[in-house]
Ligand binder design. Structure first.
Ligand code: CAA
Length: 289
């Protein structure tokens, strides 16, 4: 039976919003990490981020120079999926939120990764039972849902699908602990899990209020931050996590439910069409230039 101490190499698929920070987090926790992406540009950005972030942590006195250098030495960035996944004990997939792409990826991961390797997805909305049957090891597949920014946010939702074994869930929970995270186990799959269901209710209500001209996004954020003690309001949070992602998630939901209340709000559509996706494009609900 695989134990947490047997896990030496972690492979992170996707160097985007979540993957680059999950990689650094795992390297800081002592794992050898290979971060894989189809885009060399994304990998270069992820590597630059790791170097800058670790240097800043040393300057801030949060890490010793030795700890930072060791973490950097444990990180490899590669476009080569075979190199990234070969010899991996644990895989965290954080690629784009597209079911077909994930199913193809998991079928490749199943072929390349050692038979003992656990295959997890960081997907926020695609439950792992929709992916697990693309592999011959459905009992070793589950969701491990991190939050943005992954180096800071403590929570990871560990979501069991009907085929996930107890051993896999235990390993995922143990890994959370080793990464310095707090794992919360969800015994059944549900669309949006716990946090995004609550967050979506807040976000949709905030968009409704802005669409109706009741208050501006800035005013709504000010209200939420100062009344509820949230670290940032729903609009600033959308800028952080990506307005494109918010739109795509809404559209996916709407396509499935055909319920008008799931339709992206007019303001969200406008931002999406203008490609004002938030921090990553320097403009979203706020300007960052
Ligand atoms: N990456 C890494 N570290 C970051 C960071 C980033 N983007 N932004 C801030 N930090 C770190 C800083 O280095 C600092 O660390 P230390 O205290 O150890 O030095 C710490 O976070 C606080 O930073 P700041 O003082 O600069 O800024 P802040 O106090 O305003 O905090 C924040 C920034 C952590 C992002 C905070 O505003 C926050 O917690 N916001 C809410 C984030 C949230 O709700 N995330 C969940 C999103 S939902 C999701 O992720 C689900 C999904 O499926 C997409």
């Amino acid at each position: 039976m695989l134990k947490i101490d047997d896990i030496k190499k972690i492979c992170v698929i996707g160097a985007g919003n979540m993957g680059h920070q999950i990689s650094v987090c795992a390297a800081l926790a002592g794992f050898n990490v290979t971060c894989n992406d189809i885009s060399q540009n994304m990998l270069d950005n992820a590597k630059d981020f790791a170097q800058t972030y670790l240097k800043e942590r040393v300057a801030k006195g949060k890490l010793t120079e030795e700890q930072a250098n060791l973490a950097l030495a444990r990180l490899t960035f590669t476009q080569d999926l075979e190199q990234a996944t070969g010899g991996a004990d644990f895989v965290i997939e954080a690629a784009v939120e597209n079911l077909d792409i994930k199913r193809k990826l998991f079928s490749d991961l199943d072929r390349i990764a050692p038979p003992h390797a656990i295959l997890t997805t960081n997907s926020s909305y695609i439950v792992s039972s929709r992916i697990a049957d693309a592999t011959k090891r459905p009992e070793k597949v589950c969701n491990m849902h991190f939050f943005n920014p992954a180096l800071v946010m403590k929570l990871v939702e560990v979501v069991q699908n009907p085929h996930t074994s107890e051993e896999t869930i235990q390993l995922a929970m143990d890994l959370c602990q080793k990464l310095g995270k707090i794992g919360v186990r969800l015994k059944k799959e549900i669309y949006g899990f716990v946090v995004n269901r609550v967050l979506t209710a807040i976000k949709n209500e905030a968009l409704f209020l802005a669409d109706a001209g009741i208050a501006t996004p800035e005013e709504i954020d000010t209200a939420i931050v100062n009344a509820l003690g949230h670290p940032m309001g729903p609009f600033k949070l959308m800028d952080l996590t990506g307005i494109d992602l918010a739109y795509q998630i809404c559209m996916e939901r709407y396509k499935e439910s055909l319920d008008p209340k799931d339709k992206p709000s007019p303001l969200l559509v406008e931002k999406y069409v203008k490609q004002e996706f938030g921090k990553k494009t320097n403009k979203g609900w706020y300007s960052y230039a």
